[in-house]
Design a protein around this ligand. Structure first.
Ligand SMILES: [Zn+2]
Length: 577
């Protein structure tokens, strides 16, 4: 390895054309040279390793070239070009202001500036890291910058443009170098690999490019390092291992866990990542980036923002297709908040886990919305009585989840009025007390057909036996006080051979019975050995009074019983039909 030259040097661009990732900028420089409109001072700004110094050198060489090509490049053949390429040209001098930042250093430079070039037309002075000059050095330099000899051109380079004094800035033509895209770096690495006879997986080069964060010099250094470590066979896995990069496989797997709302899997994956020694904060920003990549993969228009190798881009496309865009927005928001909170959190691991759980929750089915009981008899208020078209009640046992009775709104005002209207001699129904869990109502659930498999029983039964079975069931649910009381005080009557009818006084009571209907019928079927028995509920309407009831009268009756209602009606400007 005697002649080993690091790739960053060996493949340093020698023409504007070969500068990677700064096309528009190099074109502008070429145009300026072509038009002979050269400034005396340039400021090249941009992150490290993006080609500032390379461009400065190419620029110096090109303006001194004796026979520039038609495309505006240096010929690389004339005496001046050869002197440049062999690094013996007197027309270029470089000063690293990071290590030579004193007034004396600048004075030396300024002294040189006076001497005109022997070959070529211009002497070019490159001052690297110019923001590192001391204030005194800056001031000494300023004078020369204001009135330079016609053969002198200064190229100042800096990674920190904001530290440059305005007096300097105003005297320079400013060029902003951009970070080189991952695709451009990966492409150049592939070129270098091919030239060097190194086998390299495209995904591996893509990861190196990502790690280099837009800097070609860093990318080439990493490339050299891994090429020597792997003896010229650069694989994705070797790169991941060497660079201690968090494999994006983890993010794909995590996202699968999110999509299936698999909290355990997400937490275990996170543990695995921590166990491998990865910083949680890197993990969070990696995850945010993954969501961002999924988002841009969803739209052809933004696909160019995805800086990925082809194979990975395809995977992003596939996973993006499974992700709802709103889910991605929310997931990005959650990971971003976690990132912000991370530094100040006392329990960082918990914070990350909480985020993972919250993202999983985005895919969880939302809590089933309890359908409002659609009790049809309410509509037929003008009729004397209304028979409920029996909706199949849920096979699910009444839950003990609290479901407060609906508050009076204009919409259900009639319903309340209707429920309220009957005032028969029967004992007052025991309505669910406040704080007592009222059963949730699921009218439209699928009814289980347990009885279809065996032959249906059809034993005759009497009214007394029916009531006995009814009450026996009520005794099995003493804890469900409201239902228990309703069943105790409202017993069924046999209508025809198999239809049992139970009259209740309110929609609440009706709902209570409907909710338990399946379980209740199962019980009665077994008690009476008859699988044909069915149940109807009916809201009883007081016959003679009902007919004469106008809404006004109902309201008056309600107000009489509940003075607060007057206030509520007035406050809300309700009009009851
Ligand atoms: Zn030349």
């Amino acid at each position: 390895m005697d002649n080993y030259i690091v790739s960053a040097r060996k493949y340093r661009p020698s023409t504007f054309q070969s500068v990677v990732g700064q096309k528009s900028l190099t074109q502008t420089l070429k145009n300026a040279i072509d038009a002979g409109k050269l400034a005396h001072a340039y400021l090249f700004c941009g992150p490290r390793g993006v080609g500032k110094t390379s461009c400065a050198r190419i620029f110096a060489k090109t303006i001194n070239c004796l026979h520039p090509t038609s495309s505006g490049e240096a010929c690389n053949e004339c005496e001046s070009c050869r002197a440049f390429n062999e690094q013996r040209s007197y027309n270029i001098s470089e000063l690293d202001a990071a290590s030579n930042n004193s007034v004396d250093d600048i004075r030396q430079l300024v002294d040189q500036v006076r001497i005109p070039p022997q070959i070529g037309r211009y002497k070019v002075y490159i001052v690297d890291e110019v923001h590192m000059l001391s204030t005194a050095a800056f001031n000494a330099f300023l004078k020369t910058l204001e009135e330079p000899p016609h053969h002198a051109i200064f190229i100042l380079a800096t990674t920190e443009k904001h530290k440059i004094l305005p007096t300097i800035l105003s005297r320079c033509q400013v060029y902003d170098f951009h970070r080189i895209t991952i695709a451009d770096i990966a492409e150049h690495l592939l070129y270098v690999a091919t030239q060097e006879g190194i086998k390299a997986e495209a995904e591996a080069l893509s990861v190196i490019a990502q790690k280099a964060d837009g800097g070609m010099r860093d990318a080439l250094s990493i490339f050299d390092q891994i090429a020597s470590f792997t003896a010229g066979n650069i694989t994705y896995n070797s790169v991941i291992e060497n660079l201690n990069v968090l494999d994006y496989e983890y993010y794909f797997r995590l996202t699968e866990a999110f999509l299936s709302a698999n909290v355990s899997s997400a937490l275990l994956l996170y543990k695995e990542i921590c166990d491998k020694g990865f910083e949680s904060q890197h993990f969070i920003s990696g995850l945010s980036n993954h969501f961002r990549n999924l988002l841009v993969s969803k739209d052809i228009a933004t696909l160019s923002l995805l800086e990925m190798g082809e194979a990975t881009a395809k995977r992003y496309g596939e996973q993006a297709a499974k992700c709802d865009i709103r889910l991605l927005y929310k997931a990005m928001d959650l990971s971003n908040r976690c990132d912000l909170d991370y530094r100040v959190s006392n329990n960082k691991r918990f914070l990350v886990e909480l985020m993972l759980i919250q993202i999983c929750q985005l895919s969880m089915p939302t809590e089933p919305v309890e359908p409002k009981p659609q009790l049809q008899p309410i509509k037929n208020t003008s009729q004397h009585t209304a028979t409920v078209a029996q909706p199949s009640a849920s096979a699910v046992k009444p839950t003990t989840q609290a479901q407060p009775a609906p508050a009076p709104t204009p919409q259900n005002q009639r319903l309340s009025a209707q429920a309220y209207a009957p005032r028969s001699a029967t004992p007052k129904p025991v309505a669910p007390r406040t704080g007592m869990p009222a059963p949730a109502i699921r009218i439209n659930a699928i009814k289980t057909e347990q009885t279809t498999e065996r032959e249906k029983r059809k034993k005759p039964f009497t009214q007394d036996a029916l009531v006995a079975a009814w009450l026996k069931y009520a005794n099995t649910i003493p804890d469900e006080v409201a239902l228990f009381n309703t069943m105790q005080s409202h017993q069924p009557t046999l209508k025809g051979e198999i239809i049992c009818k139970v009259e209740v006084e309110s929609t609440i009571q009706q709902s209570l019975i409907l909710v338990t209907k399946d379980a209740l019928l199962d019980f009665i079927h077994n008690e009476l050995e008859n699988d044909y028995i069915d149940l109807e509920t009916e809201i009883k309407v007081s016959n003679e009074r009902r007919v004469s009831y106008s809404t006004g009268e109902i309201l008056a009756a309600m107000k009489e019983d509940n003075p607060n209602l007057i206030k509520a009606v007035d406050m809300l400007h309700l009009e009851i039909e």
